[in-house]
Design a binder for this molecule. Structure first.
Ligand SMILES: Cc1cc2nc3c(=O)[nH]c(=O)nc-3n(C[C@H](O)[C@H](O)[C@H](O)COP(=O)(O)OP(=O)(O)OC[C@H]3O[C@@H](n4cnc5c(N)ncnc54)[C@H](O)[C@@H]3O)c2cc1C
Length: 207
């Protein structure tokens, strides 16, 4: 269970922070995979999963944490400072992007983290990237703008039905979904309705 040092922490949206962590020696992972974070908060051991939001783990890696005030681990993570250490395990998860083709990512809430990480990796490798975000004010706005400037498509939707045409035009792109349980279910339903099979989805659990 490696202890990793917090390199930087930045507010990237409403109640959402990006934590940049020093990558431990020998650690390898791809965007879309997640870490288990373990911490003692108010005397109680807490664990949670956080998905990589950086395009790679070279030197440092990033996770994006959305928190609610009544939460436990997530607000604790949002209070970390550079130089603090946190305990992680992993990486975990089969849903990952290895830079091997066009990518279309459908996300809500903190799912925007892996969405930008995957899209940045795709763009860097010379592939098309599309990010569909459910909501009006996505975290990581600066990185989404840079992705758009680089030719990526970024679509903000108020309803997943608005993503149907984009999904129907996915072609050879691998379709990823990141978000909480009901969102993942709804996104799969819309994808299925327009004939997209093999959706690679990671559910963040029930809200
Ligand atoms: C595979 C996987 C990957 C995940 N990746 C991420 C990730 O990249 N980023 C991320 O932020 N989370 C991610 N999660 C969710 C994360 O692990 C925690 O569940 C979340 O941070 C809640 O932490 P907490 O201990 O502060 O809240 P808890 O103490 O568990 O919850 C307190 C109360 O607040 C509610 N609540 C907690 N968080 C939210 C929220 N964001 N919105 C609305 N209600 C909430 C809970 O339902 C509960 O009622 C992932 C989960 C899984 C299973």
């Amino acid at each position: 269970m490696p202890q990793v040092t917090v390199d930087a922490i930045e507010e990237v949206g409403t109640r959402t922070v990006a934590l940049e962590l020093e990558t431990p020696e020998g650690f390898d992972a791809e965007p879309g995979q997640f870490l288990l974070v373990r911490a003692t908060v108010d005397g109680v051991e807490e664990t949670g999963y956080y998905t990589l939001s950086s395009p790679d783990v070279e030197g440092t890696m990033e996770v994006t944490v959305e928190y609610v005030p009544e939460g436990t681990l997530a607000p604790w993570l949002a209070e970390r400072e550079p130089g603090d250490e946190i305990e992680i395990e992993g990486p975990f998860g089969d849903v990952r992007y290895t830079g091997d083709g066009d990518a279309l990512v459908v996300a809500e809430g903190p799912g925007i983290g892996p969405a930008v990480g995957i899209a940045e990796r795709a763009q860097r490798e010379g592939y098309d990237a599309t990010v569909v975000f459910w909501g009006e004010e996505p975290p990581h706005r600066t990185r989404l703008d840079a992705l758009e400037d680089g030719g990526a498509t970024v679509l903000l939707v108020g309803s997943l039905d608005e993503a149907a045409d984009t999904l129907a035009a996915a072609g050879d792109a691998t379709v990823y979904v990141f978000g909480f349980e009901s969102f993942v279910r709804d996104a799969k339903t819309v994808a299925d309705a327009v004939g997209v099979e093999n959706v690679r989805a990671e559910s963040f659990g029930a809200r």
